[in-house]
Design a protein around this ligand. Structure first.
Ligand code: ADP
Length: 303
């Protein structure tokens, strides 16, 4: 089973001392934008080492321990690069804020076949055995984690469709219940009851990134794509593919290369919106009503 023993420190200074030696200090801190949930910073140490730090309130330290496990799970597949995690901590001196330190992805010019390579790498990740990632059942994960700032249940299930219903759509619909009319709520219940009419069981379970939009893919200094900020679980590979299409889509070369390595089950186009319903409901619950029309459109399409 995958196990992550992440060092945990009680201040950033202690973390730097333990990891790099007492003579190293943070000499520069720059705010990095782009995230939705945490504060992000680039740190420069006195010897020139660059680090990436996320921080949040103390009570959210588990965002970071879960992110570390997720990145470790992706790294284990050896299919796609991810930044190495260095430690987590709660900095008592800075009002008790939780932090996560990882390698800084320097970025660089993309290799010519950047998207095609990512397509092949993601297909390879989706084809990797998941035996180390789940202790019982076939779908779920070793622990619950987060999708954005919201809890994501990963209770092991033998079958994909019940997992997707019980651990994905049902909790999100429950939290968004006030957004819907009574008749919409009846339709939602019907949709959940009949999910097996719309989805299919995968040929085999896959490790998913879980939040795979373009903002969570970065070019590393090798010019290839690196994955950041996952919400991993073991599920149907189609759910990751669907997410890549939700906010703009990846270039066609990505999908062509993916399918060459890992052909998709027929009818994916009819299932895509149901997978993205989970992500849209999560956005509705996190960020509010602007996502409601998209949610309603998808529910209406299947009922
Ligand atoms: P959040 O958890 O708030 O969603 P992200 O993980 O998306 O935050 O990180 C915020 C931004 O920081 C990203 O959009 C990206 O530009 C940058 N970033 C994330 N991880 C690294 C890293 N390891 N090295 C350098 N920059 C990073």
């Amino acid at each position: 089973m995958i196990s992550v023993t992440l060092p945990h420190y009680t201040s950033l200074e202690q973390a730097i001392t333990e990891l790099y030696g007492a003579d190293k200090k943070v000499v520069q801190t720059s705010r990095i934008s782009g995230g939705d949930i945490n504060d992000a910073y680039g740190l420069k140490l006195s010897d020139g080492t660059r680090l990436f730090m996320k921080s949040n309130a103390r009570e959210n330290v588990s965002f970071f321990t879960c992110e570390a496990v997720g990145l470790q799970a992706i790294a284990m597949t050896q299919a796609i690069s991810t930044p190495s995690i260095l430690c987590s901590g709660v900095d008592e001196a800075r009002g008790g804020c939780a932090f996560l330190l990882m390698d800084f992805i320097m970025g660089g010019s993309r290799v010519a076949n950047y998207w095609e390579t990512l397509g092949r790498q993601l297909a390879a990740m989706h084809q990797t055995s998941t035996a180390e990632l789940i202790s019982e059942g076939n779908y779920g994960f070793l622990q619950d984690n987060y999708i954005g700032a919201r809890k994501q249940m990963n209770t092991p299930h033998d079958k994909w469709i019940p997992f997707f219903r019980d651990c994905r759509l049902t909790p999100q619909f429950a939290d968004a219940a006030n957004c819907f009319t009574q008749s919409e709520r009846r339709n939602i219940s019907k949709l959940l009851e009949h999910l097996q009419d719309y989805l299919v069981e995968p040929e085999h379970p896959s490790l998913l990134h879980g939040d795979l939009w373009s903002g969570n893919v970065m070019a590393g200094d090798d010019g290839k794509a690196w994955l950041i900020d996952p919400a991993v679980y073991v599920g149907h590979a189609e759910a990751d593919l669907a997410m890549t299409e939700l906010f703009g889509g990846f270039p066609d070369t990505f999908y062509a290369a993916y399918k060459e390595v890992f052909p998709m089950q027929s009818g994916y186009e009819h299932r895509r919106d149901l997978y993205n319903l989970y992500q849209l409901l999560n956005h509705l619950n996190l960020f509010g009503g602007s996502y409601l029309p998209s949610v309603r459109r998808i529910v209406g399409k299947y009922i």
